[in-house]
Ligand binder design. Sequence first.
Ligand SMILES: Nc1nc2c(ncn2[C@@H]2O[C@H](COP(=O)(O)OP(=O)(O)OP(=O)(O)O)[C@@H](O)[C@H]2O)c(=O)[nH]1
Ligand SMILES: [Mg+2]
Length: 256
Amino acid sequence: MAAPLVCTVLPTYNERHNIGPLIERLLAVNPAPYLVLVVDDDSPDGTAEEVERLIAQRPCAGLPEPCPQQVRLIRRRHERGLTSAIQRGIDEALDTYGADIVTWMDCDLSMPPEDVPRLVRAIVEEGADVAVGSRWIPGGADVAHGAMARTLSWIINQFAMALLSRRVHDYTSGFMAVRGEVLRRLRLRGDYGEYCIDLLARALRGGYRVVEVPYVCVPRVSGESKTGVDLWDYLSKGRKYVATVVQNWRERGQPP
Ligand SMILES: Nc1nc2c(ncn2[C@@H]2O[C@H](COP(=O)(O)OP(=O)(O)OP(=O)(O)O)[C@@H](O)[C@H]2O)c(=O)[nH]1
Ligand SMILES: [Mg+2]
């Protein structure tokens, strides 16, 4: 059987200093056929220009044959938002490139790119439909965030486990690999991190095999967090997370 085409979607807003090292590290560990799709929302810091520079330096830039490892940029000029950016990348990966597996992650280098092949292996070798990076199972950890953020994450995950399923311990991970056919059926819902709770809940409800892969979340290398640093930022995002858990609990028994 031919090797599956794996595509990593990278949603970016102001990640100029992180995006180059992230792409290089991804290309170093993911065997061909492999595609990186950056979805940038017209970042004022020049993230898109940085990606264009990198693409121009690629060994197969300008050649008619497609690269076995490609890097592509989608630049959204009039749209913003994490969930819609990831969905845009997923659509492009499936419809334009025919990806078999789509992965995505934050671009702040908090999620080690070297762990992407482990997520992919969970699908290819262990038969998972959805592989999710987890900080809250043995081997995983969060050394990036302070006590307040970790406590809020623990509370929301306990709540999600109590109402939805204990098969997942990190509902707010955002570090995932998913089979293309699952993503053709389940489109992302939400604005920010709540899409992850929602997708995992619906995948479980739909009978898909969800596997957790431990990973260690490390501090952002450069630039600023979009979630925020104070309690108010966390609570206003947390409200949506709680609402998403409750919505999925209400939808239990319904098709995903
Ligand atoms: N395209 C796009 N990407 C976004 C947008 N908002 C955030 N991102 C990206 O989404 C990822 C997560 O953002 P972060 O700033 O790391 O926020 P976070 O992971 O929720 O918060 P921290 O835990 O503090 O890192 C990063 O790759 C951002 O660049 C957006 O509106 N559009
Ligand atoms: Mg982050």
